[in-house]
Design a binder for this molecule. Structure first.
Ligand SMILES: C[S@@+](CC[C@H](N)C(=O)[O-])C[C@H]1O[C@@H](n2cnc3c(N)ncnc32)[C@H](O)[C@@H]1O
Length: 205
């Protein structure tokens, strides 16, 4: 899991974005109840913010035991009564769920780390319910106001640079989704002119 020494902007500087991203997902996809997976949960902030404003059961999933512990602490410190589950798993091998399991899947800031991105996306599609939606990628979310976006953007660029990683282009993301055999998806920018990028996956049949 990323630690303060990893050269990232600290998670405390990112804290304001998580409720905004959760609200965006609720508004865009009409989230209310059912099963939500937060894949590559890290600190657990995305899933926790979704839990706060929905009745969804939330699964916090990460390849790192340390991240799962962090997510558990985040949830424990939050006043929510949703059903929550903590699962140590690698999205690139096999998620421990049957097909057609989750109503909504979010994975923010994790795909860049996946050893096998095609397999990871295929796993997400497999466990997504018919009628469900998955959002995979990275970004602050389009509800983040311009001033906050400008303040956080520089730090994020540094983080990727120090980790020796680069963002995937929209074209690369599209190719990955096609190679994963996903028939219905769109790739999109986080916000007009922004560098964050997402794959929005729908499962119709
Ligand atoms: C930059 S953090 C993002 C944390 C959180 N989603 C957020 O937006 O703040 C990336 C997380 O992805 C996790 N991760 C990396 N590869 C993974 C994999 N193959 N399966 C599941 N989680 C993975 C890492 O352990 C890390 O906690």
């Amino acid at each position: 899991m990323l630690k303060p020494s990893d050269g990232k902007p600290s998670y405390s500087s990112l804290l304001p974005i998580y409720p905004l991203l959760a609200q965006q997902c609720v508004d865009d996809y009409g989230l209310d109840s059912g099963i939500c997976l937060d894949i590559g949960t890290g600190n657990g902030y995305v899933g926790t913010e979704i839990a706060k404003i929905t009745h969804m059961d939330v699964y916090f999933i990460d390849i790192e035991a340390e991240a799962i512990d962090f997510a558990r602490r985040t949830v424990t410190q939050t006043d929510i009564d949703n059903e929550v589950f903590f699962v140590e798993a690698d999205v690139c091998t096999k998620l421990p769920f049957a097909g057609n399991f989750a109503d909504f899947i979010i994975s923010r800031g994790s795909i860049w780390f996946w050893e096998d991105k095609v397999k990871g996306l295929a796993e997400i599609y497999r466990v997504l319910k018919v009628g469900g939606i998955a959002l995979v990628g990275s970004g602050l979310g389009r509800y983040v106001p311009f001033t906050m976006r400008a303040r956080l953007a520089g730090g994020h660029k540094n983080m990727l640079h120090k980790q020796g990683r680069k963002r995937l282009t929209l074209e690369e993301m599209k190719t990955l989704a096609l190679e994963a055999g996903i028939p219905s998806f769109k790739v999109m920018l986080d916000a007009p002119g922004d560098k964050g990028r997402w794959i929005e996956i729908h499962k119709y049949v």
